[in-house]
Write a protein that binds this ligand. Sequence first.
Ligand code: HEM
Length: 156
Amino acid sequence: MLAYHWTMIFHLLGFGLLCSSVIGSWILGGRYRRAEGWKTKRTILGLLRPIGLLSPVASGVMLLSGIGNLVAKGYEMPLPSWLHVKLAVFVIVLAAGIYSGICGKRRGAIIAHLADGDAPANAETAVVRLDRRLQSILMLQVIALLVIIVLSVVKP
Ligand code: HEM
């Protein structure tokens, strides 16, 4: 097998991991929104955490194997413009992922207080705001991933 085959296998494995993380978050996010009671919501968020943690691992695999693809396929500077756009969109996915991690942590802490019955007065409003923000970030990531796939396959 050529070096390019190996880097591409890891690239596609990373892609599978990333899709698992995004789709898993989407499905469990739906369960979380429909769940009744803060204790149930806290349990579901506990399940969401390891799925969310897959995402930075997958992004690292995508970046390293993507650089591997560049080297193994003999790309030279300047890189083609579709790759520039792909990298820019990838950076947006990364930044959105980091922000989503921060918001998710904040939401988890507030929901833990709500479940224990010792949350401050405005806690529920804060949860609604964070829920909406996290949902928008996930939607942005799904769209960005679709753009990356189209760019990678069509290479316009
Ligand atoms: C979420 C992130 C990414 C996704 C979903 C993704 C997806 C893909 C897919 C599906 C292919 C196969 C295209 C084909 O063979 O027709 C591919 C190829 C490739 N990717 Fe990525 N990729 C991502 C990130 C990156 C990054 C960060 C880099 C660079 C650092 C990169 C560099 C490449 C290169 C050089 C190829 C080979 C292009 C060619 O066939 O000439 N990718 N990517």
